[in-house]
Design a protein around this ligand. Structure first.
Ligand code: FEO
Length: 400
């Protein structure tokens, strides 16, 4: 066996993807545990490749395919999703393999044309269309906006296996290929982080797709996503997680997100957290000097409150706070209760701009901002404590 072998997933179905242990950024999301780009081979009479890999990982994919068959024996390629982490090597793979047909959704054909100029080589499939592979088959279902307009899933009834592309995946590099071989706490955290950073703003579409897939009466026993481990046990568990994240139940957790120049805003954040805890809420203080925006997003999946603090730097919000607020605003968390605070030297624009962000995020702002010129004194700390109490009480009332 060579260094890169295929891994069996079900009878005549193999994982032939790549493990990216090194990647630490996925369009702005900190992938601290790396990821995998999952491709799958169905060794039916018509040998079929489901998805490909990110650019740079084709050799690994081809080595794994070659451990099962000559890659040129592949007759069908299915592209469930056009994003470059799955289709970055599609054009070259088509060139090398010369399959008879490459299937994608109608939107997939357009996206693959606009990204890679290969639209003419794509055969669009209809919703619910079945393709006979000889003793095995695939049925296609569109899952638009989970994650892109082109997204679709492919179901193999004979293997009771759903190729779910981004859905039910996570950024987690591992040698183990199945979720039941991996620590349950790590799985839940990374699946939640993936949902928060990729799918949170698309929750309406996730809920629709879950409803649609539930209504198809599939007899799924294996869920094979395009990132992270494959689910062959407790698949209802990850479906239940998704249903919960799509309609989040907020909690009495409140995150205090801040950055600081000379520790004025930082000590204010600590006083705010004392007030939140005193009111019965559960504060987590996140210093952006050492916390990535994507970890803030993960906390916002279920937090009930967001309190944000920043000093004024050159008439603007301190940049790391502006960065994080820009990012989480785009993720559109709903139902948050919050407030703002910050220090300044002479102009003090930050709290006004923080308040504008909170308004744009439709955060229920329950108190005017607390500010401090230069270093906070006892009176400012009392105001910060009171702000924490006010937010904390409202969060406990709403979600406790
Ligand atoms: Fe893993 Fe939306 O690509």
């Amino acid at each position: 066996m060579g260094a890169f072998a295929a891994k069996p997933v079900a009878e005549n179905v193999y994982w032939v993807g790549a493990v990216d242990w090194a990647v630490r950024d996925f369009h702005g999301y900190n992938t601290e545990r790396g990821t995998t780009y999952n491709a799958y081979l169905i060794k039916a009479e018509t040998i079929t490749l489901i998805d490909t890999v990110k650019q740079g990982f084709r050799d690994e994919m081809f080595a794994r395919i070659s451990s099962i068959c000559d890659p040129t024996e592949i007759d069908v390629i299915v592209s469930n999703h056009a994003e470059p982490d799955h289709s970055g090597e599609l054009a070259e793979t088509i060139r090398d393999i010369e399959p008879s047909v490459v299937y994608a959704s109608k939107n997939g054909k357009k996206a693959l044309q606009e990204y890679f100029g290969i639209g003419e080589q794509i055969t669009p499939v209809e919703e619910g269309q079945t393709v006979d592979l000889g003793a095995m088959s695939l049925v296609f279902a569109e899952t638009r906006m989970c994650h892109w307009p082109d997204s679709m899933v492919s179901y193999c009834p004979e293997a009771k296996l759903l190729f779910s592309q981004d859905a039910f995946g996570m950024h987690l590099a591992s040698f183990e290929r199945f979720a039941d071989e991996i620590d349950a706490g790590v799985l839940h955290y990374e699946a939640a982080k993936y949902y928060a950073n990729i799918l949170m703003p698309l929750s309406h579409f996730v809920a629709k797709s879950l409803e649609k897939l539930g209504g198809l009466g599939l007899n799924t026993e294996i869920v094979a996503p395009d990132h992270g481990p494959i689910w062959r046990q407790d698949i209802e568990k990850v479906i239940h997680w998704y249903a919960g994240w799509a309609n989040p139940k907020r909690t009495s957790s409140v995150i205090v997100v801040y950055d600081t120049m000379w520790q004025s805003t930082e000590t204010m954040a600590r006083a705010v957290s004392e007030g939140l805890g005193d009111a019965g809420a559960h504060p987590t203080v996140m210093a952006l000097s050492g916390t990535h925006r994507s970890d803030v997003a993960t906390k916002l999946l279920n937090a009930g409150g967001l309190v944000v603090g920043a000093p004024t730097l050159n008439n603007e919000i301190f940049p790391r706070v502006a960065d994080t607020l820009t990012y989480v605003k785009g993720l559109r968390p709903t139902g948050l209760i919050g407030a703002a605070f910050g220090s300044f030297g002479w102009s003090g624009e930050s709290v006004k701009k923080l308040s504008e962000f909170l308004d744009a995020m439709q955060v229920d702002v329950v108190q005017e901002p607390v500010t401090s010129r230069y270093a906070p004194n006892g009176d400012v700390f009392d105001q910060c404590f009171a702000l924490g109490q006010t937010v904390g009480k409202r969060v406990v009332q709403a979600y406790g």
